[in-house]
Design a protein around this ligand. Structure first.
Ligand code: DAT
Ligand code: MG
Length: 150
């Protein structure tokens, strides 16, 4: 079982797409383990996107991610990291397959609606930036016997 960090980015919150995006995650069979609205500070943005600090788009990325609240979600499930990534679609919405979040709602790379951790290791680091241990809740869902083969 894996956990991954999903961010419903400021553009998606402003456009009223939170419910649509959360519904897609839930329908895939993934479980919500924590969720909150966050106004990201420049400091948190720098920590979260530290790997991109030398990229030409870094400044714009920080400005965007701090421009308005986002929804942070701890998502849990079998292969949660990869399943969230395929549900998101390619980074650039121009290349994202229709049926993915970015392929259905995105148009430009700078406003691509959703973040998902790219590995179990980065998921652990990123989850710790957005959630305290006590905020991620371990609970059972009766439906899981019909989603996950035992
Ligand atoms: P992803 O969000 O698919 O994991 P990433 O980690 O490579 O993609 O980049 C983080 C974010 O930075 C991405 O969601 C949007 C922005 N970004 C990436 N490449 C960009 C580019 N060439 N121009 C502008 N923004 C870019
Ligand atoms: Mg990434």
């Amino acid at each position: 079982m894996q956990r991954t960090l999903v961010l419903i980015k400021p553009d998606a919150v402003q456009r009223g797409l939170c419910g649509e995006i959360i519904a897609r995650i839930e329908r895939r069979g993934l479980k919500l383990a924590a969720m909150k609205l966050v106004q990201v500070t420049p400091e948190l943005a720098h920590r979260h996107y530290g790997a991109h600090v030398d990229k030409p788009f870094f400044e714009g990325l920080v400005r965007f991610i701090t421009s308005s609240p986002l929804v942070a979600i701890a998502v849990e499930g079998e292969n949660a990291v990869d399943v969230v990534r395929t549900t998101m679609g390619a980074t650039n919405p121009v290349e994202a397959t229709p049926g993915t979040v970015r392929g259905d709602f995105g148009l430009t790379i700078g406003m691509n609606l959703i973040h998902g951790s790219d590995s179990p290791e980065s998921a652990a680091t990123e989850l710790a930036l957005f959630f305290d241990d006590g905020e991620i809740i371990d609970y059972e869902r009766d439906i899981d016997g019909w989603i996950i083969e035992s």
